[in-house]
Each structure stands twice: as structure tokens, then as C-alpha cells.
Write a new protein. Structure first.
Length: 211
């Protein structure tokens, strides 16, 4: 049987418990403006993983207007408090995130950086329990050594868009972004320092455990 991926995505999103009105507003904005948020099923998995490892220090690279941040902030709040670093290089998106995350009651947990994300990570004192990566795909390979340095042993890295709409296995696609995703996948799945699996929810999340 051939899987209908749009139906699968809707089915998986439908399994996620009802979200607060503000989070639903953020989902509606993404839909209306074609903004690439991780969406409910991936967001819920991020929240679940952060709860499972009791994460209290989380660094996000490429935070947009704070949708993925909201899922991590919920986990950190329920884990007893801590910090989630929100990083985006666009001041307007950072302002939007401040509004949404305040409305959700997470202001005290978030540290905002308007900056290039890998540079911000380099400049921020670690170690972190969890690092989430959703920057421009061409930046993925160079981000790995910085993430590896800043994540604690036993910490988790999550990185989005690792299926890239199926372009990763289309050998005719040699665009810079696709090649960068392949390179990153090769790096993380062959490194002796990580245990990594690609989870095919939405556009594919690699979840990696740092040994
Ligand atoms: C794909 S969107 C994801 C948003 C967010 N993770 C979510 O799911 O709600 C990535 C965002 O990060 C920004 N971005 C991409 N590369 C970046 C970088 N190297 N440094 C800082 N921001 C970056 C983009 O402009 C965009 O706003």
C-alpha cells in the first residue's frame, strides 16, 4: 500500500492534545503566511523528549516567531524551571516571539538573542541539556562541532528538515541546501560520539544522543 503523506501528517497532528489558544494562533499564522514552523506533531515530540530527559537548559538555533520555543518552554516549566534560548537574526520575528511567549506565560524562562544562531551558541556558556537546530540548511554541517562542544554528555540534539521533502535521496538534486543536509546526516550517523536516528515525522527530525 502506498502511504498518502498529507493524510499521515494530518493523522499525526490529530493525535496531539489540544493546544492553548495562543499556540493555535501561531499555527494559524504559519498556515496563512506560509511560515515554516515545525508544526504540532514535531513540536509535541520536542516537548516529550525535553520532558523525558528533564531538560532545564535548552538552546534553540533558528527560532522564528517562537512556535518551537513554546513547546520547549512548556517542558522546562514542567521540569521545574530553567532557560530556553530563543535565537533568530530578524528583529521583527524576535519581537513577535516576545509577544506570543509572554501571552503563554513563559517570559521568565526565555533568553532572547537577535543574532546569527551558531555564533550566539558559541558565545553562550554551556553546557545544555538539549539543543534544537532549525537554521538555514546550508549552515547545518558547520553547526555540528559547536553543538557537540556545548551539549552535555547524555544530552539530546534535535535537528529539523532531515527528509527535506524527499530531496535527500533524489540524486539529481545537488543544490547547496540538499547537499548540506546529506553531509550533516553522514557526519552524525557515522560519528562515534553520537547515537542518532531519523524520525520521519513531518519533514524528518534527527534525534541524537551525545555519548
Ligand atoms: C524554519 S524557521 C523555524 C522556526 C521555528 N524553529 C519554529 O519551528 O517555530 C527558521 C528561522 O530561523 C531563521 N534563521 C535561519 N538561519 C539562521 C541563522 N543562521 N541564524 C539565525 N536565524 C536563522 C530564519 O530566518 C527563520 O526565521
Amino acid at each position: 500500500m502506498t502511504i498518502n503523506y498529507a493524510a499521515l501528517r494530518d493523522y499525526l497532528d490529530g493525535l496531539v492534545p489540544e493546544r492553548p489558544a495562543e499556540l493555535q494562533k501561531m499555527e494559524a499564522y504559519a498556515q496563512e503566511h506560509g511560515f515554516p514552523i515545525i508544526g504540532p506533531a514535531s513540536g509535541y515530540l520536542c516537548y516529550q523528549l525535553a520532558r523525558m530527559i528533564e531538560a532545564q537548559r535548552i538552546f534553540e538555533l533558528g527560532s522564528g516567531y517562537g512556535y518551537s520555543t513554546a513547546w520547549f518552554a512548556q517542558a522546562v516549566q514542567e521540569n521545574g524551571g530553567g532557560v530556553v534560548h530563543h535565537v533568530v537574526w530578524d528583529e521583527g520575528l524576535s519581537q513577535m516571539a516576545r509577544g506570543h511567549l509572554a501571552a503563554l506565560g513563559y517570559s521568565d524562562l526565555i533568553q532572547y538573542h537577535v543574532s546569527e544562531a551558531v555564533q550566539a551558541l558559541r558565545e553562550t556558556e554551556g553546557p545544555f541539556d538539549l539543543i534544537f537546530n532549525d537554521i538555514d540548511k546550508t549552515g547545518y554541517p558547520a553547526s555540528l562541532p559547536v553543538i557537540e562542544e556545548k551539549l552535555r554528555s547524555g544530552g539530546v540534539m534535535i535537528i529539523d528538515n532531515m527528509i527535506w521533502s524527499g530531496q535527500v535521496w533524489d540524486e539529481t538534486d545537488q543544490s547547496e541546501a540538499t547537499v548540506a543536509i546529506r553531509t550533516f546526516t553522514q557526519q552524525i550517523t557515522t560519528s562515534p560520539h553520537w547515537i542518532a536516528s531519523l524520525i520521519p515525522i513531518r519533514d524528518g527530525l534527527i534525534v541524537a544522543y551525545k555519548k
